[in-house]
Design a protein around this ligand. Structure first.
Ligand code: PLP
Length: 354
């Protein structure tokens, strides 16, 4: 039986996507060739990447609004520098909500002056700062919508006249937002969209072309826009599998549908964390992530018993990130509600045993 997979990333993908992806490795498009051994410029693959790009825009409600969807390489981490390379002329504003934001800040400092508008580092990133001011003379404001490691999530985004850039690696396609408020969104595929190896970038074309520096071709968004994400060989398997996940999501009813399921899953787990005296949540309630729930035992002596119980219950990937400790249950789109129920059952079993 397949494990209940709470892995933070790379993470669970829908069964039918894994099935179709594995078939394509042997025989893609009924052409008796593998997806991995045909030209990325062949008609069948060009159709795949075009479909993936248009599905991404469609699901986010961004068709015909001046946005381009790109499938790039280098992970979300490469976007930390690529965003700054392409958009930072003099000064940019950043919100620091955790490890990934801090890394983005570090890279951007190579390109100009940084204003850290607020940080939650004082409390080990267990909340999302609010009420900060974004200077009006910055080239853009950058934030991280969901903090995969600490388990916090931005529930609203600031109103600002400067371009808005967001790292949505771990919650893209998980909830409805007015995505047209953002000028650039990026997300590593391996959290909520596909396998590792590609990063989705959604960029509003009119924010580009404003920096004076020269940008190397491989780091220039315009290069990939002009070549339809095919300036060089794209990661064909990651793009294909991402396309399958986006199709799966569309067939289910899109973000509107999956958001309801995601809310059910997180409500089920958080209510158990709050009810069960043996557990406590790591993040302040109003900022808790629907994707990554972080929690710990109130009595560390129960650690071994709990670890044995969840492993026996066929659960995978519950250990917290090495920088935080405790536990982290990642509940991405493909995780079924019954997996969360399996975890809740184990938490209740621990309570009976303790
Ligand atoms: C995982 C993650 C990253 C890093 O992604 P890579 O593809 O490994 O570079 C960046 N930001 C967030 C929010 C993440 O969850």
């Amino acid at each position: 039986m397949k494990k209940h997979n709470f892995s933070a990333g790379p993470c669970i993908l829908p069964e039918e996507v894994l099935q179709k992806a594995s078939e394509a490795i042997i025989n893609f498009n009924d052409d008796n060739l593998s997806l991995l051994e045909i030209s990325h410029r062949s008609k069948p693959f060009v159709a795949v990447i075009e479909n993936a790009r248009s599905l991404a825009l469609e699901l986010l409600g961004l068709e015909n609004k001046g946005y381009k969807a790109l499938f790039l390489q280098g992970g979300a981490s490469n976007q930390f520098l690529m965003t700054a390379y392409n958009l930072l002329n003099k000064k940019a504003a950043y919100l620091n909500t955790g490890t990934w934001s801090s890394k983005a800040i570090k890279e951007a400092k190579l390109f100009g002056e940084l204003v850290e508008v607020a940080s939650s580092e004082d409390k080990n990133f267990n909340y999302i700062p609010k009420g900060y001011e974004i200077p009006t003379d910055v080239d853009y404001f950058h934030c991280t919508s969901n903090n995969t490691i600490y388990g916090s999530q931005m529930k609203s985004f600031p109103e600002t006249n400067v371009p808005l850039i967001c790292d949505m690696s771990s919650d893209i396609f998980s909830r409805q937002l007015d995505f047209s408020k953002f000028d650039l969104i990026y997300a590593g595929a391996q959290k909520n969209m596909g396998p590792a190896g590609t990063t989705l970038v959604i960029v509003k074309e009119d924010v580009l072309g404003k920096v004076t520096r020269e940008i190397p071709s491989m780091l220039n968004y315009q290069t990939f826009i002009d070549k339809d994400s095919m300036f060089n060989t794209p990661p064909v398997f990651a793009v294909y599998t991402s396309m399958l996940t986006l199709e799966w999501l569309k067939d289910l009813g899109g973000i509107e549908f999956i958001e309801k399921v995601n809310n059910q899953k997180s409500a089920l787990l958080y209510s158990e964390i709050d009810r069960n005296p043996l557990f406590k949540g790591a993040v302040v309630k109003e900022d808790r992530s629907h994707m990554n729930a972080t929690f710990s035992l109130t009595d560390n002596n129960l650690k071994e018993t709990f670890n044995t119980l969840w492993k026996e219950a066929n659960i995978n990937g519950l250990d917290g990130h090495r920088s935080v400790g405790g536990y982290r249950a990642s509940m991405y789109n493909a995780l079924p509600l019954y997996s969360v129920q399996a975890l809740v059952d184990v938490m209740q079993e621990l309570e009976r045993k303790a």
